[in-house]
Design a protein around this ligand. Structure first.
Ligand code: SF4
Length: 696
């Protein structure tokens, strides 16, 4: 074909997986779709990890669902037509509401849903089902960072600056993020930072591939990074590194933060964290001594029962040193899920309406009710947070619609969550594959995938981007917007649930107009033309806002607020019965609950199953060698997986990736102790016992 024809056959879109939302092309022709590079997209500049490169594999027939499934009287799932399946879902959800009240129907969404789906799902819950009980798996992802962001800066946007700014900072402290494995194309910004003469401090209980790039690696005991941040702030104050001018002009609450930090002596912090005082001093010299600096957090500090305070303590470090609200400086959260940012902005959270509008503020309720054409009185109030919702299944909540989530694998205390799902009167799941959660459902609705439907996502920078459809969904599969339209009509709302993504986006723009996450000026056409638009963008002639806070923070008085925090231990600590820490995370070749990536041969070859990382000292004590089957037991369950012996982990800690179900399910072990503000469960630290698995 001529070059022009080749170009015409490529659809510009984005990866369906993580929050980097790498730009990619989908080339059609030959055997199905093929992922090709899109070097001009500024975030990943053409680079893709193995997950992105193989993303088209999941589009193939045989891997995915191709027709609705309903559970027959014999207990077996069988194929059904769409009318029968949608009738069953509408009857199942309205049936539990008739028997137990409106809030007995719940909705569980996902951080991978497009903005349009997240928006319409929230609207569906609140005005079609009229239940207060909607939340989503993003609660398990970055909700503590979101809460800390709002407390400190008055607004929640993962990165308040473009990712490329990282390369220009003097020192980056990366806390609890292994982006070399989770979002590899982003690693280049850290490499460029080093090339530019900047330094990199990585805080992680594991010596990850990201930590290997660091100028300095601090390896604290899991769940103690709040104490570490306080110890660093102590040294900042004692060393005369406080930017008094910045603190006076642009912040509030420093005195309380100073008092808390001064109570955390470095020697005390060393005892709590295991990080030697000289290493702490070196970190302070690198960070506070640099002309600019950033702190970037991910799930490590966030997935704790004190995650909001932990992130707040790291933000304090930025504020005290004047490293916020300036170019190349600031705090940012490296969001995990594909639409982790947009997914939390548009109303699938238990406590928010679209645009981050409040569910309890009368003016916010009136605005959204006006866009939806309902009386504000009709809108329910805040509902249960994600784990609390799952825990209430079978009691307070009797029917559930799950869209784009696989809590059987991804929720904490997963065996209990599975029991709760099994106890439901009715369960419906919309997904692209027959996930572990879909296997429990009464009705499974097959969803169209990223390459088969157009929609926007918002990446970790707050850049709203467009995934464009490259092909039509196969027969038997519908888009989630079509599913919501069909269900809403059956629940008495024939209007107000458009199936065209651009029509939903137009409504979303109106619903968010004037709000913090203001999309009013963003259109599909602009996104195509500009390679994404940063919110807030209140008008079509507004350029968008790549960098927040340069003039003022988004608090009422324009000042950033120090958090008043003190060290407290994790909810569960090792003891005689459970003497080790467990921490969990991701590996390079799998994504989240693995529902999609475990169906890709190349990725399975690279990461075929779960494992337990143990330090050689611990392995010797246990008398185990590489590959031996280990049983890991916590107060909530047991998991079995082969040992991987490595010096990358602390001797008092074991690590398991959480991508798999079955006997190697890491989340059988994890602790659902919740952060009081964000309601984030403590995935990152619990106490376990490890022993050789007895042969069955
Ligand atoms: Fe990029 Fe993330 Fe997709 Fe990998 S998984 S290609 S890093 S968006």
């Amino acid at each position: 074909a001529a070059p022009q024809e080749q170009r015409a056959a490529v659809t510009e879109t984005h990866c369906p997986y993580c929050a980097l939302q790498c730009g990619m092309g989908l080339a059609s022709g030959g055997v199905g779709l093929r992922v090709v590079e899109r070097p001009e997209f500024p975030v990943n500049r053409g680079a893709l990890c193995g997950k992105g490169r193989t993303a088209a594999e999941v589009l193939r027939a045989g891997v995915r669902l191709s027709a609705p499934l309903v559970r027959g009287a014999d207990g077996v799932l069988r194929e059904a037509g769409w009318d029968e399946a949608l009738d069953r879902v509408a009857a199942g959800l309205s049936g539990v509401q008739a028997r137990f009240g409106r809030d007995a129907a719940g909705v569980f969404g996902g951080g991978g849903l497009t903005n349009e789906k997240a928006y319409l799902l929230g609207k569906f819950a609140r005005i079609a089902l009229r239940t207060k009980n909607i939340d989503y798996n993003g609660r398990f992802c970055m909700s503590s960072a979101a809460a800390a962001h709002r407390k400190a800066f008055g607004i929640d946007r993962g990165l308040p600056f473009p990712l490329a700014d990282v390369a220009g900072t003097g020192c980056a402290i990366v806390v609890g993020s292994n982006l070399a494995d989770t979002m590899p194309p982003a690693l280049r910004y850290l490499t460029e930072l080093r090339d530019n003469g900047g330094s990199l401090v990585v805080v992680d209980p594991r010596r990850t591939r990201t930590a290997e790039q660091a100028t300095l690696h601090l390896q604290p005991v899991p769940g103690t990074d709040l104490a570490l941040a306080l110890g660093l702030l102590h040294l900042v104050i004692a060393g005369g590194y406080v930017d008094e001018e910045f603190v006076a002009a642009r912040t509030s609450g420093f005195e309380a933060a100073r008092a808390a930090a001064m109570a955390h002596w470095p020697e005390l912090v060393e005892r709590i964290t295991g990080v030697p005082v000289p290493s702490m001093r070196r970190a302070v010299e690198l960070f506070a001594g640099a002309a600019s600096g950033m702190v970037l957090t991910a799930r490590g500090p966030e997935q704790q029962s004190k995650g909001t305070d932990t992130v707040g303590a790291w933000i304090n470090l930025c504020l005290a040193t004047g490293k916020a609200g300036r170019r190349y400086s600031g705090y940012g959260c490296l969001t995990g899920q594909g639409n982790g940012q947009g997914g939390r902005e548009h109303g699938q959270k238990a406590d928010q309406l679209p645009g981050y509008r409040s569910l309890v503020d009368p003016a916010d309720r009136a605005h959204v009710a006006g866009v939806w054409g309902v009386d504000p009185e009709e809108l329910p109030g805040p509902g249960l947070s994600a784990y609390e919702l799952l825990d209430a299944l079978g009691s307070e909540v009797r029917g559930l619609l799950v869209m784009g989530s696989n809590p059987v694998v991804s929720a904490p205390r997963a065996a209990h969550v599975t029991e709760r799902l099994e106890s439901l009167d009715f369960l419906a799941v919309c997904d692209v594959v027959l996930s572990e959660t879909a296997l429990l459902a009464d009705v499974v609705l097959p969803s169209a995938q990223w390459a088969e439907e157009t929609g926007t996502t918002t990446n970790l920078e707050g850049r709203v981007i467009l995934r464009q459809a490259a092909v039509k969904p196969p027969p038997g599969v519908r888009t989630d917007l079509e599913t919501l339209h069909g269900l809403a009509a059956r629940l008495g709302r024939p209007a107000g649930f458009p199936v065209e993504p651009e029509a939903v986006f137009a409504e979303l723009r109106a619903a968010t107009a004037g709000a913090q996450a203001d999309y009013a000026g963003i259109s599909y056409e602009r996104i195509r033309r500009e390679d994404g638009v940063f919110w807030p963008c209140p008008a079509e002639d507004h350029a968008g806002t790549p960098r927040l806070f340069l003039d003022r923070f988004a608090t009422p008085d324009g000042r950033a607020r120090f958090a008043e925090v003190a060290h407290r231990p994790a909810a569960e600590l090792p003891d005689a019965e459970y003497p080790l820490y467990l921490t969990t995370g991701r590996v390079l070749a799998q994504y989240q609950s693995g529902a999609q990536t475990r169906r890709v041969a190349e990725l399975n070859r690279a990461a075929p199953g779960p494992f337990v990382e143990v330090h050689p000292l611990l392995a010797r004590r246990l008398g185990v060698a590489e590959g031996d089957a280990l049983a890991v037991t916590s107060r909530r369950g047991r998991a079995v997986a082969p040992a991987r012996v490595t010096e990358a982990i602390r001797p008092d800690t074991v690590f398991m990736p959480f991508h798999w179900g079955g006997e190697g399910r890491a989340n059988s072990l994890t602790n659902p102790a919740l952060d009081p503000t964000s309601r984030m469960p403590e995935f990152k630290v619990c106490a376990v016992r490890v022993e050789r698995a007895e042969a069955e």
